[in-house]
Design a protein around this ligand. Structure first.
Ligand SMILES: Nc1nc2c(ncn2[C@@H]2O[C@H](COP(=O)(O)OP(=O)(O)OP(=O)(O)O)[C@@H](O)[C@H]2O)c(=O)[nH]1
Ligand SMILES: [Mg+2]
Length: 323
């Protein structure tokens, strides 16, 4: 059986690398659904990844992330780059219709064979952006995307997670609504590599940009040679300023490479990923043991005073890691 499925996976990866959008979609589904083929898929992708630039886009609901993403796709396509888009909804357990609005806005690019657009839920039963999103990024990377854009709404933990996944993180704000205070509260002042004040056609954009620059300058002391996050103004709905955003992303990329931070970030990302997969595996095995007899037997022995909880936990860990 494994011989045949391995062949299928190799075939899918081969087709994805040739740019077949259906093969790309199928591979993302396999990783998102935690298919039994997940490990074969990730193994088959491994030799083909590492080329794509991963750009995270986060910000409060309605700030213009999808509009900006669509405009960025347009700009990148004009430059002849192949683009992947992952719209991750951290609040939704479904990847189905939850992002219909985003899909509508992305329709400009729906027929472009060099653009892959995918909505993903982030609450798989193993939980979080940390699990399936990096694998989906791998699929798009192996499929030859020069840039992978990940849009996620900034709610609590998700923007920090996206910053962990991306080479470059864009944080979007809009004028008004006490954005500055929100920014400080949400801790986004630490995670942005590029700040975008969108809806610059509205009153207060200059003030928001000024407040933001001021707050960024108050932040932790930067060392000489550190990256200074720029603040860019855009009107995404009219495509204005998007070229400046692309230029800022390119400049950040150049800094990442020249400073050696790109490698450091990617290593840290891989370490997080390995750790989260290992922990999930262990958790699953402990769950399996709960169903089985070892934990039950150990619990009985602790109650009977035949062993202590520490020794029992050590026996359980031994059972999990050798089982
Ligand atoms: N005036 C103005 N409106 C904009 C601009 N960019 C986006 N919008 C509008 O703002 C609304 C929200 O835009 P989206 O791109 O859906 O925002 P989002 O951040 O993706 O929203 P969620 O995914 O729901 O969090 C839409 O009605 C857009 O047309 C802009 O630059 N100026
Ligand atoms: Mg959106």
């Amino acid at each position: 059986m494994s011989r045949r499925t391995t062949g299928d996976v190799d075939d899918l990866v081969g087709r994805a690398r040739e740019g077949d959008p259906r093969a790309v979609a199928r591979l993302i589904s396999l990783v998102e659904d935690e298919s039994p083929l997940l490990r074969e898929v990730t193994a088959a992708l491994a030799p083909h990844v590492g080329q794509a630039r991963v750009v995270g886009i986060t910000g409060a609901p309605g700030v213009g992330k999808s509009t900006s993403t669509s405009a960025l796709v347009g700009e990148l396509r004009n430059a002849g780059r192949r683009v992947g888009v992952l719209a991750v909804d951290p609040s939704s357990p479904f990847s189905g219709g939850a992002l219909l609005g985003d899909r509508v806005r992305m329709q400009d690019h729906a027929l472009d064979p060099e653009v892959y657009i995918r909505s993903m839920a982030s609450r798989g039963h193993l939980g979080g952006l940390a699990w399936s999103t990096p694998q989906a990024i791998r699929v798009l990377d192996a499929a030859g995307c020069d840039v992978v854009l990940i849009e996620t709404v900034g709610v609590g933990q998700s923007e920090v997670e996206i910053a962990g996944l991306a080479d470059t993180t864009l944080v979007l704000l809009a004028p008004g609504m006490g954005d500055g205070i929100q920014a400080a509260k949400a801790g986004i002042l630490e995670i942005g590599d590029v700040y975008v004040v969108n809806k610059a056609d509205r009153d207060g954009a200059d003030a928001t940009a000024r407040d933001l620059r001021h707050m960024l300058s108050l932040g932790e002391r930067r060392q000489p040679g550190d990256w200074q996050p720029p603040v860019v103004k855009t009107v995404a709905s009219r495509g204005e300023g998007i070229d400046d955003v692309v230029a800022a992303i390119d400049k950040h990329r150049q800094w990442l490479e020249e400073s050696g931070r790109l490698d450091a970030r990617r290593r840290a990302r891989a370490a997080d990923e390995i750790e989260s997969i290992a922990l999930a595996t262990l958790r699953q095995r402990i769950g399996d043991l709960r169903e089985g007899s070892l934990l039950d037997e150990l619990a009985g022995r602790v109650v009977a005073g035949e062993t202590d909880p520490y020794a029992a936990a050590a026996a359980l860990v031994a059972g999990v890691t050798t089982g």
